[in-house]
Design a protein around this ligand. Structure first.
Ligand code: 13P
Length: 255
């Protein structure tokens, strides 16, 4: 049985006070709650990682970084290395479309980052997805397969639990226009088939594939009811604790 993951990517939002207030709400709401196979993950901006880890210590929430440099150290002004000294940090997003678009990250760079995360004993959340132009041009499958080939070329996976993949169609991010359950399922099925062909059926069946792009409490159930959608990577709707907790409840009650 795969985990259902409700991951909040906060991007460059919230200040310290807001981070603390959110953590307090979530820690309080999760006290005594049985989460079953639902795994909550939150990815605050880099300066707040340590604060969140401290505030949520002992809770069931896992903390993720939003990015990392692929370099261990050196002359890379403004870059940061994944803080493996931050005890408890277990996940790191790589390849988000905003990094690809604004920082020109190629599949090769993303692959290096993914390997750096794994070398640190942490789990990458690899984002892939097509632009509207690519979808309208009928090349969605080709783009997805190129991203998978480029980012995972030669990457050893053993159980499928050491990586999470997030399918985030660029046209659905922050636009309020989510992919329908059927549209998302079609791509998720393609990803799982690729994993089966490249690795094994057992591995493909164990790896959680999240959908991202305008996920909110109103559309989460439809997405979760698809056979290959194992949760969401959520931006805007994860910023408000009530909305985040509502999505957690939907996932917990999902049959
Ligand atoms: P929105 O949920 O705001 O569309 O953002 C999705 C996203 O980019 C998560 O990584």
């Amino acid at each position: 049985m795969r985990d259902i993951i409700i991951a909040g990517n906060w991007k460059m939002n919230k200040d310290m006070e807001a981070v603390r207030a959110f953590c307090k709400d979530v820690a309080g709401a999760f006290k005594g709650k049985v989460l079953g196979r639902v795994l909550p993950i939150l990815a605050p901006a880099y300066p707040f990682l340590a604060i969140m880890l401290r505030e949520l210590e002992g809770s069931l929430v896992k903390v993720a970084a939003q990015d990392t440099s692929s370099h261990a150290d050196g002359a890379f002004t403004g870059e940061f290395r994944l803080p493996c000294w931050l005890h408890g940090l277990q996940y790191c997003i790589v390849g988000h479309s905003e990094r690809r678009a604004y920082h020109h990250e190629s599949n090769e760079i993303i692959r290096e980052k993914l390997l750096a995360v794994m070398d640190n004993g942490m789990k990458p959340i690899l984002c892939i997805g097509e632009t509207l132009e690519q979808r309208d041009g009928g090349i969605t499958d080709q783009v997805i397969l190129e991203q998978l080939d480029g980012c995972l070329r030669g990457v050893q996976l053993y159980s499928g639990k050491e990586l999470i993949i997030a399918y985030e169609p660029v046209w659905a991010i922050g636009t309020g226009r989510n992919a329908t359950g059927d549209q998302a399922q079609e791509v998720h099925r393609l990803i799982r088939k690729w994993l089966t062909d490249q690795y094994s059926k057992d591995l493909a069946d164990s790896l959680s594939i999240l959908y991202g792009g305008s996920v909110k409490p109103q559309n989460l159930e439809e997405l979760l009811s698809q056979p290959d959608i194992d949760g969401g990577l959520i931006g805007g709707a994860s910023l408000d604790s009530k909305s985040y907790l509502a999505m957690m409840d939907i996932a917990i009650n999902h049959k």
